[in-house]
Ligand binder design. Sequence first.
Ligand SMILES: [Ca+2]
Length: 255
Amino acid sequence: MQAPAAFHRLLGSAALCGALAATGAPAQAVLVNGGFESGLDGWTVADLPGSDGGFRSQSGSGSPLTASPVAAPPQGTRAAMSDAEGPGAHVLYQDFVVPAGVSTALLSFQLYVRNDAGEAFVPETLAFATPALNQQVRVDLLLPSADVFATDSLQPLYRSTPGTAGQAAYQLLSFDVAALLQAHEGQTLRLRFADTNNVALQNVGVDAVNLAVSVVPEPATAGMLALSWKVLIPAGLVNVLLVGGLILLGVGPRA
Ligand SMILES: [Ca+2]
């Protein structure tokens, strides 16, 4: 069978997709305004009834409501921080949709805890209007159908440890959440930061929240790309030029 006389040239997308299929798509950010540079846009705050204060946008080295001395935001000029003049229970959360085909998923954030009580008290509740002492911080992944102050979660990420006094600086924490996201593809999940205190003032700072997810191509797409290579290559010579990041693919008849 004769090779086609016309010289065909394919530019761009098919070849580029082929390269992506071979290496895996780059990680994409799933959360919005994780650095809080746009205040609390994209985030929701809630407080149990009777609470004083709550999470607010924060900048500089003073807490947002009482101007207590705190660590400055570790990324950019703004963070989110809880503050109050009295006891309370506060949450800050964002919902996100888990993309299909999760390959890797790394959740990271900067966390700061300033605790005037000098130690933590960690009962299995976030309620503050209780006889029990309650002075704790939790970070969790939850289903959005769960009570936003629930203590049982899909994946606990951070818990105050009884006896710990808090910390002088922000600390960067990161977690592999690929298995959890793979089990909930296409579903909405909730990332929640919680601060309960009924002993003394406690400020919880949050910044640089990032959920980096890489995905693998849909099987149908990968199959289509494989077919296009298989059809094209026997047609003749294949010339691949790499020019300024674009892949030019030329297919022509054999000499
Ligand atoms: Ca920031």
